[in-house]
Write a protein that binds this ligand. Structure first.
Ligand SMILES: Nc1ncnc2c1ncn2[C@@H]1O[C@H](COP(=O)(O)OP(=O)(O)OP(=O)(O)O)[C@@H](O)[C@H]1O
Length: 237
């Protein structure tokens, strides 16, 4: 099976002297849920930004579905994101003057064609069938994040990338959001999630631990949900 993400000797330096990502090599298979953990400043968000084409590596390559996006132009990257990715961030980045339904339909508009029924269906899928016409200011943080997930899903992306999606949520809302990700994973979505929470790191299939821009551990969550873990492969930091 062809890997959906392949990173080869990925290096990122913002100032030309220090490598924030220091030669990362990894591959992710379709349908895999991979979590990325590491201390503050270890390069998690930088890595996610490069995988999503929001930023470019200084050297090395990052291929999605066999296409090296590291040399894409800004226009090509924008199209690549629209056609392939669903992005979920800690900050919701919703349009405050639009309703939940309109926010999701806006994503359809930028992607291809607007389909109100499909937008309603995806909001129902994240449990917001009764909040279609609410604006973000009249929704809880958990509800807003579920609108973001609906927005990320509506164009049926090949890959879901999430940066601390529960970072602003209380325990109850975190559970609701994580249950949605579990369901999406069970349906076959490929998920890459940055998290600070150890209990989230044990979810899904795999955990990559970063330190100073290097992968120091590549861990398989062998028995989903039980917390049992073993090393996928030895990694030299
Ligand atoms: N745009 C930028 N310009 C310069 N340096 C940056 C930029 N973005 C990130 N950095 C630096 O790169 C390093 C890695 O940052 P990054 O945000 O990827 O870490 P992180 O692991 O996601 O941290 P956190 O858990 O605090 O979000 C940090 O030292 C940060 O200061």
């Amino acid at each position: 099976m062809q890997e959906i993400i392949v990173a080869k000797d990925l290096i990122k330096s913002y100032d030309g002297t220090q490598n924030v990502l220091d030669g990362l090599d990894f591959a992710i298979r379709p349908g895999e849920w991979t979590n990325i953990m590491g201390p503050s400043g270890s390069g998690k968000t930088t890595l996610l930004n490069i995988v999503s084409g929001l930023d470019k590596p200084t050297s090395g390559s990052i291929s999605i579905n066999g296409v090296d996006i590291s040399r894409h132009s800004e226009n090509e990257l924008a199209r690549f994101r629209r056609e392939n990715l669903g992005l979920v961030f800690q900050q919701y980045h919703l349009m405050t003057f639009l309703t939940a339904l309109e926010n999701v339909m806006l994503a359809q508009h930028f992607h291809s064609v607007v389909d109100e029924t499909e937008a309603k269906d995806v909001l129902a899928k994240v449990g917001l069938g009764h909040r279609l016409h609410h604006r973000p200011a009249h929704m809880s943080g958990g509800e807003q994040q579920r609108v973001c997930i609906a927005r990320a899903l509506v164009n049926r992306p090949k890959l879901l990338l999430a940066d601390e999606p529960t970072g602003n949520l209380d325990q109850k809302n975190s559970k609701i959001v994580l249950d949605i990700f579990k369901e999406l994973h069970a349906e076959g979505h490929t998920i890459v999630m940055v998290t600070h929470a150890e209990e989230i790191g044990k979810m899904g299939d795999r955990l990559l631990r970063l330190l100073d821009g290097r992968i120091i551990a590549d861990i398989c969550n062998s028995d989903r949900g039980s917390g049992e873990q073993h090393y996928c492969k030895a990694v030299n930091a």
